[in-house]
Every structure is written in structure tokens, then in C-alpha cells.
Design a protein around this ligand. Sequence first.
Ligand code: MEZ
Length: 589
Amino acid sequence: MKQMFSRMIMLLGVMALLLPTGSLQAATKGATLAELHKARQIGCADCHGTAKKITVDDSEKAVNQSCIGCHGNLDAVGAKAKGPINPHKAHLGQVNCTTCHSGHSRSQAYCLKCHTYDMPIPGGAAVVVPMKLKKSAKKVETTDVVVIGAGASGMTAAITAHDAGAKVILLEKQPITGGNSMLAAGGMNAADTKFQKAKGIKDSVELMYQDTMKGGKNTNDPALVRILAQNSSGSVDWLTSIGADISDVGRMAGASVYRTHRPTGGHAVGAHIANVLRKNAADRKIDVRVNSKVVKIVEDKQGRVTGVLVEGKHSGTYTIKAKAVVLTAGGFSANPEKVAFYRPEFKGMTTSNQPGATGDGLELGAKAGGELKDMKEIQIHPTVAAGSRILITEAVRGNGAILINHEGKRFVNELTTRDKASEAILHQTGKSAYLIFDEAIRKSLKQIDGYFHLELVKEGATIKELAAALKMPADTLEASIETYNKAVDAKTDAEFKRPDLPRALRTAKYYAIEIKPGVHYTMGGLKINTDTQVIAKDGKPIAGFYAAGEVTGGVHGANRLGGNSISETITFGRIAGANAAKLAKPAAK
Ligand code: MEZ
């Protein structure tokens, strides 16, 4: 209650910073942001400019510039706010002001699509009715390459196609770019990289291939897995060359060695990469449009893909003619009906995914003739914080945390593959367990600070104290941790055969997060070949149509290894972008 109260105070503080004096009262009474500004003599032209005809593009660029002109950018606003939860310093990276703030309809914090903070917002309302827009049909546009979906695959494809000389339009249905990739936590798998070599880690393309095939129960498409492994080191180099820091190397479940690349200190990989890709797209002046939902992939009479039909938030329905279309619209973990359709046993389960991961791209691709494969292969991540949508990264286990049930006992090899770890947790009392770690693990991974920030962690100065906080028998928990520590010392886990055993838990304080499995990734999707061409039901590639990332099926088979998703987005995004550009501009580089 005390914490809730302090959050409220902090949020009111943020509101006070954003609003001119006197408007705070109005905000709570329910005026829109435009009305609140008007009450302070800030008129239409201050936000929309002085041009006679007010036109707002779908990305609301001019309006966002006006917000920044008066209030400062996200970093500037974030730096002024105080308190535990600072919405302007969110893990999503640099996003538009209009992602949360709306002028003429009621505003709502985007955070609330996943979190349940008590988060009032100027001009906000608990239930938001979208503004009714007068939509005018746009003329038909023409470009070389259209990319659908601005997660890591889409941004990578767009940048690569642009750099190969193509004119690119990147479309995103959400108000924000980054897709599910911006939530990626643990890192990016790559074999035989310069960062592994610098740390003396011995790895190979063959070993990454074997691990990935084994993790996917050998149902993966071997040719795609070869591409993933062979290109992974090059993709790390490419990301580094455009400004990413992925020099820290950790270990994920199912990997034989340390090969998961992430920012220095163990920060989350996704928000960092999303910001790097956003910046690179902006620096190249690539036409990136948010609030722009593709409703149809257009084909000619021969079945060749020739463009897309778009529903823009402000501009209405319009067509973009393109020589190549790249579909990178992600999976469907945030679509509970679709998940339950393919896997009834997952009905009602939480998800770690962003709200846009609803699988519309799969339907677009299938309607355009693409074949779907492995649709029942849905991954449950073992460690989503109980009662939330917050993923507790596998990197916590990779850095040494263990899993303990409500009776205080270890019950599984913490670094087994996700399907097996999830299954084991679902067999425990309450279908949940505790992730237990100590101060040394906390210090080894920056992301853990975020879980404290979100008040997900219980703690004790001793193991006994922690057991009391978790209401479990202290002697059992002490004995479980002692047995585990001895296994680490002996470098052999006789009980559960955990392969890595990175550190014993001996550094007070001791911590616990209650976790439950949640829907995390959909392995199935559109069938592609090694050139990322979408394959039709007759087994032939569909001309002009490419796909990459979670919208495709085959790379991961029946179970994806942690860290292979970001790897896939960059590698296959680069291939798709290069091939789309080559098709659109055969003479270009
Ligand atoms: O690739 C993933 O899904 C991943 C590494 C997730 C995580 O636990 O951090």
C-alpha cells in the first residue's frame, strides 16, 4: 500500500512536470490533452504548425516534434521525473510521445498494455475510445521494397535493402517500432565470434547447428539451421558495425557453450538493438510509418506479389505498389484465441509478448498463398514472474540461479530446454516455483536490477530468512542449496545433470522470484527457403514475396533455444533485405 502510494505520488510528479501549472486538476477531471493545452492558451498551431490545412501523417511526426520542442525528448522528460516507476525511462527505448499521449482522444500509457501500474496520465482515461478520424483515401504510391512489421527482422531488412540501393517503406501497425524484439532479454546466439575468441570460448558453426537441431527435436529445417549458424558471427559483426554493443557473452539453456551475446554488464539485448536499428533507419532517412496496418498483400493474375494495401491511422486505406514485399510481422503469442486454437492446453496462460504479437502477418501471408508449417509448435517460457507478463530472463539461470519448488526442493536441471523446464514447473505445487539467486548473481547481470525495481523479488540476509519470507521449510531449502553448492564445487550435478554449474550460491543476500510458465514464442509460420522466399502450397517460391523472423516456420522446429530468436531476426532479416533489393534493382550492389 505504501509502495502504491509512493508510486502515485511519483506519477503525479511526472504529470506535474509535463503539464503547465493548474492543469493537474483538469487532468483528473477528464479533459483531453488538446483541451488541457487550450486552457493554457496553447492553440492548434502550437502543435500542428501554422499551415492552413492541418494534415497529420500516420506516424504523427510533426506533432511529436511539437511535443519535444516544448517538453524535451523522452530522455529529457525522464531525467526530470523522480520515483520508482518512471514511464519516460521505460525499457522500450526511444518511442514517440504519441505512443501514450493523444491530443483529441483520451490518452493511455502504453505500459498498461502489459503492466498493471496505477498510472494516471494527463488527459487519460481508464477505457480509451479511439478518436474518430476523417480518413481520406491516399493516392497509390510506388516503391522498390515494402517491409511489413518493424521489429528487429523488419528494421534489419529495411536497412539492408536501403544500403543495397533500394527505396524502402517500412510499415508497422503498432504506434511504436521494435516489435517483440525490443522485449528480448537474454541475448543473441552466435558461434565462433570475435567476442567468444577474446574470452577464450571454443565454439563452432557445427556445434551451434547441432545444439539448435537437438533443441528443436530434429524437426527443424536443417538448411535454415545451417544458414542461422553459418551467418551468426557475421550478423554479430554487422550489428557491431552499425553501433550495437553485444560484447558480453552468456549461456542459455540447450547450448553446449557460452554463445549468447548481449550488451556489456548483461543488460537486456532487445531494447538496445531496437534503439540501434531505429537510429540507423532514421540516419538513412528510411520511410518508417507506425500506425500503418497492412490489410492485404496484393498479387497480380500470375500470383506474383506486387504490393500492399495499408490502413493508416490518419490517411485511411491506400495502396503501395512494390517490386518486392518482405513480411516480418512476428508471431501470435499475444493472441490467446489463436494460441488456444492450436494448443487448447495453453488456454488462459499469461504471455511475455508485446500486444501487437497477434499473428495478423501469418494470415496475410497465408492469404497470399504462403504455406504454413509447424503451427502447433508454441513455446512456453518457464520463467514469467507469477501473476504478470514480465519475463525473467533465462540469463538469470545462465548466470547461476536455481529453481526451487514450494517445498524447498530443487526439481529440474535449470539449463534444460524450455519445454522440459516448463513441463517440470507445471508439475509442482501451484504450477509455479521460485528462481533463487544470491548477491553475486545479482551483480553479474544488470537486468536483475529491473526485477527489484518492479518489486518482484523477495529477500533474506540468510537462507533461513529467505525461507521464512517464502513460507517454506528452512531446513529443506538450506539442504537443497548446500547440495547444489557441493555439486558446483565438484563440477558434477549428480541429482539433475545440470551441465554448466557457473557459481555456488554463497554470497548473502539471498533472493527469490516466484515464476510460472507463459506463452513466449510461436515456432510455426510461413514456409521459406534459404533465400527467405515464401513457399506456396505447390512447393514453389512466390515471386516478389520474402519473409523473415517469427512469422516464418522451420528454423526452430519443435522448440526454440533461448538466444536464437534475435540471431534469426538479424541473419534472415539481412538475407531478406538483400534479396528483395536485388529483385527490385537487379543492377544495384
Ligand atoms: O531468446 C529468448 O527467448 C530469450 C533469450 C529469452 C530470455 O529468457 O531472456
